[in-house]
Write a new protein. Structure first.
Length: 212
């Protein structure tokens, strides 16, 4: 019997694009394309089992070995620092992590900077390197509202097109890091299913190259 590779895919638009890469790479699974509420799909002939999970949960499934491989944004990987291997930059889901603020914002260095974010670890590391004293305000969404309502001085958030910032009269102060989707692997899965995982990695790399 073929070795099954368990793949955690991020639910949503990015995940659908990721699945298309797997499909074009020769790891199709027809049942996943039927519209239903199922979350697990497998194609034993191809040796793959896919499951849709919340994007920020992908590293948890992979780190704990419930999935052998998965696809997660670099933002999630930097935030949670899971103990996994990062195998490939899929060159999709591209955006950047940035500091943004109201247009008239001027940083006065003597004060504690109030930073609203969904990414406290990324924000904390970024300002620790600058030895800047900050107060992190952890939010779960609609971060752009925080400086407008004077809840924070700046935000640390994902900027993709820049539309959300623009429509809320905010602007990027500084880019922290570019972000894209990454193929990750469980460390022991990578050892014991090495050949299968490397084959998937190679076929996906070819897809990335073709999409250029
Ligand atoms: C993300 C991010 C920004 C927005 C950036 O939010 O937090 O708000 O996308 O995209 P843009 O630069 O193309 O406008 P998301 O849609 O994930 O919702 P959220 O409010 O729950 O964070």
């Amino acid at each position: 019997m073929k070795t099954m590779i368990n793949v955690a895919l991020p639910k949503g638009r990015l995940g659908e694009k990721v699945y298309r890469y797997f499909k074009n790479a020769g790891y199709e699974c027809p049942s996943i394309e039927e519209t239903n509420r199922k979350l697990i799909f497998e194609n034993p002939d191809k040796g793959v089992r896919y499951f849709w999970v919340k994007p920020s949960d992908v590293p948890i499934y992979v780190e704990r070995g419930a999935a052998d491989i998965g696809v997660a944004g670099k933002d999630i990987l930097l935030e949670y620092e899971p103990d996994v291997y990062e195998l490939l930059d899929l060159n999709m889901g591209k955006c950047r992590m940035a500091v943004a603020a109201k247009k008239d914002f001027r940083d006065s260095k003597g004060t504690t900077l109030r930073v609203a974010t969904k990414f406290p670890n990324i924000a904390g590391n970024f300002y620790a390197e600058k030895c800047r004293d900050i107060d992190i305000i952890k939010l779960n969404g609609s971060i752009e509202i925080a400086p407008i309502l004077e809840l924070s001085d700046v935000i640390v958030d994902i900027v993709e097109t820049g539309t959300t910032l623009k429509e809320n009269d905010l602007e990027v102060v500084e880019t922290i890091v570019p972000i894209s989707a990454r193929l990750i692997a469980n460390k022991s899965g990578y050892k014991f299913k090495n050949e299968e995982i490397l084959n998937i990695r190679k076929s996906l790399e070819e897809q990335v190259r073709l999409q250029g």
